[in-house]
Ligand binder design. Structure first.
Ligand code: NAD
Length: 358
């Protein structure tokens, strides 16, 4: 079977890490008998330099014509002086919107070999943890009515949160389906003791849960969730939550893994096409020096195989190869606790992961 993958390398280390993911996917293709057809499109600063637009129409068209999209990162000091709507980062919101991607998946996995890199004590992380945060991406307070007005105490600002049953149901369904491919447990996070939107969220989740009797379901208040993530992260499998709560909790969850260069993400919509990218940025401070950690992008490619193409065995093979390389003690310099002198570069890390696929 042939899969068409749009490559958006972007800026900075985006170029190096996408090349790494392509090398891994090519080896997976040979090993499992699939053919991946890669087509690069420009985005971000590179696109501004070439066309004046961070998200050219040609790029959107190419992504829409692909089975899935793999993105590196965008941005850098060269374009920092541009006005907000002309900056490279503007392309990220634009491409998510153009592809109708409303579900954001952010796994926070602590590999057992990297226990020492977590800021949490070893007795708390145990043998490691593996959490999938499912965040609603296109609704809630970030998209609600907002503004300034005169209040009793003078000028005030306001933001409003609105969620429809339809929006809650579609993100809820995504979370339950993902739980079926993992540990079959869902924690829905809200603030139902205070917020109306959270009360509707909870009611809708409860109705949905009745259709997923094979999944263990529970509610948790967001303040408690923030605490539980650092008290006992192993208790979580899939977390589903609103846009703002997901924004905050996914950053907290990523920090307890201790390594920004390891964290993958996916944005999904109604169909099987998704956009897959590392959570980190373009790291201009190390770009072009063969110092980038390619693992977040390699693991994003594994998510693409699992969630867009249904190739679970192939995805698991990539994750296992990463495990093998880390267990063997290889580290890039960003991984907390690794000594810079002993660190390997982006190219060697890639070669080692490819070799571990054998
Ligand atoms: P960053 O994530 O690029 O870098 C933060 C720090 O982490 C840097 O020291 C960097 O060297 C290091 N780092 C990040 N990824 C790494 C990797 N794979 N391997 C090794 N080290 C890594 O965040 P920043 O410095 O705040 O932003 C730099 C640029 O990236 C900005 O222009 C920002 O707007 C953009 N950005 C883009 C995205 C995206 O494309 N999705 C996300 C965040 C930031």
């Amino acid at each position: 079977m042939e899969y068409r993958i749009a490559l958006l390398k972007g800026d900075g280390i985006g170029v190096e890490i996408i090349d790494s993911a392509v090398a891994v996917l090519e080896r997976i293709g040979e090993k499992f008998g699939h053919s991946f057809r890669f087509t690069p499109y420009i985005i971000g600063g590179a696109a501004i330099d070439e066309t004046g637009d961070p998200l050219p129409a040609e790029t959107v068209k190419g992504c829409r014509a692909s089975d899935s999209v793999l993105l590196g990162a965008v941005g850098g000091p060269k374009w920092d002086g541009l006005p907000g709507d002309k900056r490279p980062e503007k392309a990220l919101l634009g491409i998510r919107k153009a592809l109708g991607l409303y579900t954001n998946l952010r796994p926070a996995k602590l590999f057992p070999a990297l226990k020492g890199a977590s800021p949490l004590r070893e007795d708390i992380v145990g043998a490691g943890f593996d959490i999938m945060i499912v965040r609603e991406l296109t609704g809630g307070i970030y998209f609600g009515e907002r503004g300034y007005r005169q209040g009793k105490l003078g000028e005030e600002a306001f933001d409003t949160e609105a969620y429809s049953v339809t929006e809650i149901e579609r993100i809820g369904r995504a979370a339950f389906e993902i739980a079926r491919k993992r540990g079959r447990r869902v924690t829905s996070i809200d603030k139902a003791n205070v917020l109306e939107t959270s009360r509707l969220w909870r009611k809708t989740m409860h109705s949905l849960a009745e259709n997923y009797t094979d999944i263990e379901y529970r509610d948790m208040l967001v303040d408690n969730a923030a605490m539980q993530l650092v008290r006992d992260p192993k208790q979580f499998d899939v977390i589903v939550t609103s846009n703002m709560f997901g924004d905050i909790l996914s950053d907290e969850a990523s920090q307890i893994t201790g390594s920004i260069g390891m964290l993958a993400s996916a944005s999904l919509g109604d169909g099987t096409r998704g956009m897959y990218e590392p959570i980190h940025g373009s790291a201009p401070d190390i770009a072009g020096q063969d110092k980038a950690n390619p693992i977040a992008t390699i693991l994003s490619a594994a998510m693409m195989l699992r969630y867009s193409f249904g190739l679970s065995a192939e995805a698991a093979a990539i994750e296992k190869a990463v495990d093998i390389v880390l267990e063997a003690g290889f580290r890039t310099a960003d991984i907390i606790g690794s000594s810079a002198a002993a660190a390997i570069g982006c190219r060697e890390m890639t070669q080692r992961v490819v070799a571990a696929l054998e």
